[in-house]
Design a protein around this ligand. Structure first.
Ligand SMILES: [Zn+2]
Ligand SMILES: [Zn+2]
Ligand SMILES: [Zn+2]
Length: 255
């Protein structure tokens, strides 16, 4: 399986609007971070985890011609507003895009993006045609040729999903990993894990918390993502233990 980090930034993206800090002003492209998302590809099928608010730019940059399905971790705007761009694939392939998510987020997204799910009042414009499918936690399912398991995570008070797909795990936007999820992560080769910044935050792992969780997961390689402008890429990487690094936009790994 090939994994492409389409975006590794926190909800604001980096550079942040109207910020002149050293990271936002950095000339190093690894400090430029679109909103977080990964693309998993195997045997000609492709699975997108989160349709970020920057999906259009990401699809153009990486020439994403089709998606087999989309997994949604939670319905904060940075993770779902790219669903509007699915309409292009609907037009080309004349099919709905399957979107997998929790039962709670299935209900809520129909309010947040109501125009995608209601019968149009007039012809024209065109909105994405999505086929929502509810996932139960910890029940493996074959999606796009991968064995996918939804993993319970806490994002502050919010209960969201991380995902394991074969031996890769994507755990964004989390501040707590339940025991059952640690158990389900046994044997993963590579993990992408939320690490917002150095100082603690109520709804995201700090870098130190993420390093501690990564040690417990024990993957061969760990990549931190959903990064704020407080973490400079090269300087931060020099402080990390072996086999742990900040991910960056465009990073491609094979698992
Ligand atoms: Zn987020
Ligand atoms: Zn900044
Ligand atoms: Zn979030």
């Amino acid at each position: 399986m090939q994994i492409t980090f389409l975006g590794t930034g926190t909800s604001s993206g980096i550079p942040m609007v109207a910020c002149d800090c050293a990271v936002c002003a950095s000339a190093n492209p690894k400090n430029t971070r679109l909103r977080s998302s990964v693309l998993l590809e195997k045997d000609g099928q492709s699975l997108l985890i989160d349709a970020s608010a920057d999906f259009r730019a990401q699809a153009l940059r990486h020439r994403i011609r089709d998606l087999t399905a989309v997994l949604i971790t939670h319905i904060h705007a940075d993770h779902i507003f790219g669903l509007d761009e699915m309409r292009r694939y609907n037009q080309i392939y004349r099919k709905k895009i399957p979107v997998f998510l929790s039962a709670v987020f299935d209900r809520e997204i129909r309010e947040v993006m109501r125009y995608l799910y209601e019968t149009p009042k007039q012809i024209g414009g065109g909105v994405s045609a999505l086929d929502n499918r509810v996932l139960k936690p910890l029940e493996p399912l074959n999606i796009a040729g991968l064995t996918v398991t939804a993993l319970p995570l806490k994002h502050g008070l919010l209960e969201i999903f991380g995902y394991r797909a074969d031996n890769f795990a994507y755990l964004t936007d989390c501040s707590f990993i339940p025991e059952e999820t640690f158990t389900a992560l046994k044997g993963v080769d590579a993990v992408a894990l939320d690490a917002l910044r150095a100082t603690p935050h109520p709804t995201h792992f700090s870098l130190a918390e993420a390093v501690a969780a990564a040690k417990r997961i024990g993957a061969r390689e760990t990549y931190f993502t959903h990064i704020a402008h407080n973490l400079e890429h090269e300087a931060t990487n020099q402080t990390l233990p072996p086999h742990m690094q900040l991910a960056y936009d465009g990073l491609i790994i094979n698992v």
